[in-house]
Ligand binder design. Structure first.
Ligand SMILES: NC(=O)c1ccc[n+]([C@@H]2O[C@H](COP(=O)([O-])OP(=O)(O)OC[C@H]3O[C@@H](n4cnc5c(N)ncnc54)[C@H](OP(=O)(O)O)[C@@H]3O)[C@@H](O)[C@H]2O)c1
Length: 226
C-alpha cells in the first residue's frame, strides 16, 4: 500500500486528494497548519493528520521528525496561497510578495529536502508540486498578477533543478497545473471540480515513468509550455 503525504490537506484540492488516495487504498498523511481546525480532513477515515506549515522551517523539521523512519512513496506539495489580487505595476506589495514566495516557492522545496530520507525509503520516490499555468512564462500574455505568477515560475524552476539533480537517485519530480478549480482560491465560478482535478492528477501520477521527471503537466496529462 503506497504512502502519500499531502500538504495543505485541510481544504480545496489537497482535501480531495486525501479523500481519493484513501479511497484508492493508500496510506495518507494529510498535513495542515492547524490540525485542531481541520475537521473535514479529520473526518476522513484512515487519514493520519500531521501539523505542517510550509512557511515555517521549524514546523517542516518537526513534521519530518514526527514521521522519522517512515517510507513515503508520493509527496504531493499542494499547499499554496494567492496573495494580494489585482495589484498592478506601481502599487506592488513587496512584503506580501516575499510571503507568497515563502509559501509557494521556498516551502515545497524545503518540504522535499526535509522529507527526502522518507522518500528514499519509499518504492516510488515521486515528488509532485501543484504549481499553476500562471507560472508559465510562455503562456503569459497579461501584465498582471506579478506576485502569484512569479512564485509559481520560481517553484517550477526549482523543481526542474531538483528533477535534474535527483534523477540519478531514482526520484521523479513533476509539476501540475490543477486546472482552474472550484475552491476558495479558484472561486465558485471555476470550471473544474476538485473531484476532476484530483482524479486527473492521480491518473497522471500513477502512469509516471522515471523519464517523465521534470515535466510540467496539466491535470489531464497534457504538457504545459514553460
Ligand atoms: N484553485 C485553482 O484554480 C488553482 C489553480 C492553479 C493552481 N492552484 C494551486 O493549487 C493548490 C491548492 O489550491 P486550492 O485551490 O485548493 O486552494 P485553497 O482552497 O485556498 O486551499 C489552500 C490550502 O493550502 C493551505 N495552506 C496555505 N498556506 C499554507 C502554509 N503556509 N502551510 C501549509 N498549508 C498552507 C491551506 O491551509 P489553511 O486551511 O490552513 O489555510 C489550504 O489547505 C495551490 O498551490 C494553488 O496555488 C489552484
Amino acid at each position: 500500500m503506497p504512502t502519500v503525504l499531502i500538504t495543505g490537506a485541510s481544504r480545496g484540492i489537497g482535501l480531495e486528494l486525501a479523500r481519493q488516495y484513501v479511497a484508492e487504498g493508500c496510506r495518507v498523511l494529510g498535513t495542515c497548519r492547524k490540525p485542531g481546525e481541520a475537521s473535514a480532513l479529520k473526518a476522513i477515515k484512515g487519514v493520519s493528520v500531521v501539523a505542517l506549515d510550509v512557511a515555517d522551517l521549524k514546523s517542516i523539521d518537526a513534521a519530518a521528525r514526527v514521521l522519522a523512519g517512515e517510507a513515503i512513496d508520493i509527496l504531493f506539495n499542494n499547499a499554496g496561497i494567492y496573495g494580494p489580487r489585482g495589484k498592478a505595476f506601481g502599487s506592488l506589495d513587496y512584503e506580501a510578495w516575499v510571503e507568497v514566495l515563502r509559501v509557494n516557492a521556498l516551502g515545497p522545496i524545503a518540504v522535499a529536502e526535509r522529507f527526502m530520507p522518507h522518500l528514499e525509503r519509499g518504492a516510488k520516490k515521486i515528488v509532485v508540486a501543484v504549481t499553476s499555468q500562471m507560472g508559465s512564462v510562455g503562456r503569459n500574455e497579461a501584465g498582471a498578477e506579478y506576485v502569484y505568477r512569479s512564485s509559481k515560475s520560481a517553484l517550477n524552476m526549482a523543481m526542474k533543478c531538483m528533477a535534474n539533480e535527483l534523477a540519478p537517485k531514482g526520484v521523479t519530480a513533476i509539476m501540475f497545473h490543477p486546472g482552474h478549480v472550484k475552491t476558495d482560491m479558484g472561486g465558485a465560478a471555476a470550471p473544474t471540480t476538485v473531484e476532476d482535478s484530483a482524479s486527473g492528477m492521480r491518473v497522471v501520477v500513477a502512469r509516471l515513468k522515471p523519464a517523465d521527471t521534470g515535466k510540467f503537466y496539466n491535470f489531464d496529462g497534457a504538457e504545459i509550455p514553460w
